[in-house]
Structures are given as structure tokens and as C-alpha cells.
Ligand binder design. Structure first.
Ligand code: SF4
Length: 214
């Protein structure tokens, strides 16, 4: 495993609120920050995740890993109706398109609001580490959300670099994290299943209905 470099928060910032999308993505980010002595709390706000039991599964795994690492976990609760309202009309947009920009912005707006109200001076997210995501799209949404508050900054650190992407996979295996098979929302579940079916594979089954439109 490639050794990590020591990280420092930019611009003299000292208290980070880390938005986490899931344990597999945040594991490496968390370990890197603990190793560097960075003070942070984890913020779980992901109203995109569908259905509810998938949301609970991803959240519980984050809760358990935070306990293990002795990191404060902030549960921002499920906000599904607002998420569906926000992406209305974008149901058939492809991944990495405008629905995803809205999805990132919604999650980061809540992260930035919580940070500003609770004494955090910088935010970042584990979303940027995934190779399935457009790093610039994620970062752009984070910078935009933080810019609403004069004292707040979004840390544009690329967690994939310096071996981060491969350590993320190693940590997921070591911790036996649940490996989700789609990005998170009902539409990504539907589209993933359509691809699987067209390739002769079994769809991801979520109870009776497997298109994620419960
Ligand atoms: S595909 Fe992923 S990032 Fe895009 S809207 Fe759905 S959950 Fe959000």
C-alpha cells in the first residue's frame, strides 16, 4: 500500500465537516485525516439513496466505522421528498448529467448550512474519491455551496491521488464493507438494472420491485 503524505487543511482552517456518501468511499478519506491529525466530524446527508433500506444499510455502515475510528457522526436524516422534488423533470438524465449536479448541490448546501451554524470552517466530501464520479462536477458543487458563507471553504483535495483510490478498495475489503451496485437514486437503480438485463445479468432486486420505483 502506497504511503500517505501528511495532509494539512488549507488557509489555516481547523475544523472540517466531511460529507460522507458511504463507508467504502469515506474509509480512506477518514483514515488519511486521522493519520494527519486533522480535526473533523462526519456528516451523513444523502436523501438521494433509494429505497429506504438501502439508505439505512449505507448509513449504518458509516455509523459503525465512525464508532471504530472514534469520529463524531452527524445524522442529517432522510429527506427523500425534497430530493425527488429537486430533480423533478430530470428523471431520464444520464449519470454525470444535470440531475447529478443538482443531487451534489443539494447535499452540499445542507452540509454547508450545518457547517456554518455549528462552528466548522471548512467542508469536503468523500464523493470525489469515486472513479464513477466526475471530480470536477463534485468539486464545483462543493465550492458553490460553501461560497454562500463568507468564512466557509470547500476543500478541493483530490482524494484519488497518491494511492488514495487503491487504498479505498483495500480498506473496503479489509473492513468487509457492503458494496453497493448502483450510485444511489431510484433512477440510477433503474438504469443499472436495464443495463444488467440487456447484458443477460440478474437485476439488483430490492424486494418485489426491482426497478427502484417503489
Ligand atoms: S446517479 Fe447518483 S449522483 Fe446522480 S442523481 Fe442519482 S444518486 Fe445522485
Amino acid at each position: 500500500m502506497q504511503e500517505r503524505v501528511k495532509l494539512e487543511l488549507p488557509e489555516g482552517k481547523s475544523n472540517l465537516l466531511l460529507h460522507s456518501c458511504c463507508a467504502p468511499c469515506s474509509g480512506e478519506v477518514m483514515e488519511a485525516m486521522v493519520e494527519s491529525g486533522i480535526r473533523f466530524s462526519l456528516f451523513f446527508y444523502n436523501p438521494n439513496i433509494h429505497p429506504r433500506r438501502e439508505y439505512e444499510l449505507r448509513k449504518e455502515e458509516n455509523v459503525d466505522f465512525c464508532k471504530k475510528m472514534d469520529i463524531p457522526f452527524i445524522d442529517a436524516d432522510y429527506d427523500m421528498d425534497n430530493w425527488f422534488a429537486r430533480v423533478k423533470g430530470m428523471e431520464n438524465e444520464p449519470e454525470r448529467g444535470i440531475r447529478c449536479t443538482e443531487c451534489f448541490e443539494m447535499r452540499f448546501e445542507r452540509t454547508a448550512l450545518y457547517a456554518a451554524e455549528h462552528g466548522f470552517d471548512i467542508i469536503s466530501s468523500s464523493l470525489g474519491i469515486s472513479r464513477w464520479k466526475d471530480f470536477n462536477q463534485v468539486t464545483g458543487a462543493g465550492v458553490k455551496a460553501a461560497s454562500r458563507y463568507p468564512e466557509l471553504k470547500y476543500w478541493e483535495y483530490n482524494w484519488r491521488k497518491g494511492g488514495g483510490a487503491s487504498r479505498m478498495i483495500e480498506i473496503s475489503k479489509r473492513e468487509n464493507f457492503y458494496q453497493q451496485e448502483y450510485c444511489g437514486c431510484a433512477y440510477s437503480l433503474r438504469d443499472t438494472n436495464l443495463v444488467r438485463i440487456s447484458n443477460g445479468r440478474e437485476p439488483i432486486r430490492m424486494g418485489e420491485k426491482f426497478y427502484g420505483m417503489e
